[in-house]
Design a protein around this ligand. Structure first.
Ligand code: SF4
Length: 415
């Protein structure tokens, strides 16, 4: 219930908004407890409109997916705001117009009398809910990351792939990953066969590649300080990566066959696509290794990653395995290279096919890819469950819109 002082401040903002047309006052109105809009919804719309402009239009278009009561409250706010904006009342009377339109006049006693007849707000009848139908068939190609998203949280898949509900503006973490991948792609263009004799040249070149790649992705970092810190982090990590290459070259010499290699696979008529960061050939055996760079958090051991594969929580390396096998390669190694922590040595997670990860697990993963892609292409799914694992929500771009997301860990322990 708003206090008199909040109501007066709310009305002051409405007066200024009508007078100046400055959207900042409108954003304050929707965030106010007098707006009739739940605070988190008002704040979310204010944030969205702060980036895109035109709050009322954003609500009209339903830019945030909301439960019906909250959506209706936002639409009512729009009607009220437009109503008061169109009012031609003088300022004193206008204050009364605003108070009555937003049904807060009872909280302020000292209004001058205005023309009450002018403040009737006409509400339309609620529309009948539409009949629930399945999400249209998914007709585009599939990817391992799309299936990973689905198994992590079906609702996230729905938002990202079926609706494209909220544009994900990216983060400095994603810009870091993009820039680092680009740097290593260039670096291995010059050094496809790492050799100890080239140690100094490799160190110099990787430094240049990192500098150039981050410059190209400078816009992905919000501040100059953030940018400089991330470049330093990347430079240190890149030197550790070279250390690891040199050790690797002594243990098992290899040649980089390809960088950002297109991976395509037909699974029971469903097209899967992706890109492999690096493809290596072992110079002693001729076998092929698939290498994936990871700049975020990953499994810390081969056993942990294999368990994720067995539980159908990660399809990426199995997908690469089947794509390159279908292309005629003899794939013997699947490797994740952690490039997140500049303070640690690079210690890859290596899966030796037939040893660390067995073929049955890869085969079951392939069957699951077919099963899930068939389901997503069926057009029969009527409900996309939210995850029960609150940690999956931490960096989810759809948090604001997501009804029924699990409570955060802290809240759960607090209850
Ligand atoms: S906020 Fe959580 S429950 Fe909602 S879509 Fe994202 S991951 Fe799923």
């Amino acid at each position: 219930m708003p206090e008199a002082a909040q109501v007066r401040s709310f009305i002051d903002d409405a007066v200024r908004w009508r007078k100046t047309g400055d959207e900042a006052f409108l954003l304050r109105l929707i965030r106010s407890s007098c707006s009739g809009v739940p605070h988190d919804v008002g704040a979310a719309y204010a944030t969205l409109a702060g980036r895109t402009g035109d709050l009322l239009d954003a609500i009209d278009r339903g830019r945030l997916a909301l439960p019906t009561p909250e959506r209706d409250s936002a639409l009512l706010f729009v009607r009220r705001a437009r109503f008061v904006r169109e009012s031609s009342a003088e300022e004193d009377a206008f204050r009364f117009v605003v108070a009555e339109a937003f049904a807060v006049e009872e909280f302020v006693k000292e209004f001058p009398q205005g023309d009450k007849a002018a403040v009737e707000v006409e509400l339309t009848e609620p529309v009948e809910p539409e009949e629930a139908v399945g999400v249209p068939r998914w007709q585009k190609h599939f990817s391992a990351s799309a299936l990973n998203a689905y198994t992590e949280c079906a609702r996230k898949w729905f938002y990202r792939y079926a609706c494209a509900a909220v544009e994900d503006p990216g983060s400095s973490a994603s810009a870091y990953g993009t820039a680092f991948h680009l740097a290593l792609e260039d670096f291995h263009g010059d050094f496809p066969r790492p050799r100890g004799a080239d140690r100094l040249a490799m160190r110099k070149r990787v430094r240049e590649c990192v500098t150039w790649a981050f410059e190209r992705n400078r816009d992905g970092f919000e501040t100059r300080v953030e940018f400089e810190l991330q470049v330093r982090r990347a430079q240190r990590t890149a030197q550790r990566y070279v250390d690891w290459l040199l050790v690797q070259e002594l243990e098992a010499p290899f040649e980089v066959l390809g960088r950002e290699v297109s991976a395509e696979l037909d699974l029971d008529g469903r097209a899967f696509v992706g890109f492999i960061d690096r493809l290596d050939r072992d110079e002693r055996t001729g076998n092929v290794g698939v290498v994936d760079y990871k700049t975020g958090s990953i499994a810390t051991s081969a056993a942990e990653y294999c368990e994720k594969v067995r539980r159908f929580r990660d399809f990426q390396l199995p997908f690469y395995y089947w794509a390159r096998t279908a292309a005629g390669d003899r794939v013997s190694r699947l490797v994740l290279i952690p490039l997140k922590d500049a303070l640690l040595d690079v210690r890859p997670v290596v899966l030796e096919v037939g040893k660390t990860i067995n073929l049955d697990d890869l085969e079951r993963s392939r069957e699951k890819m077919i099963e899930l892609s068939t389901l997503l292409a069926s057009g029969e799914i009527r409900h996309f469950e939210t995850t029960k694992n609150a940690s999956a929500c931490t960096y989810c771009a759809y948090q604001t819109a997501c009804a029924n997301k699990p409570p955060a860990e802290a809240q759960r322990f607090g209850s």
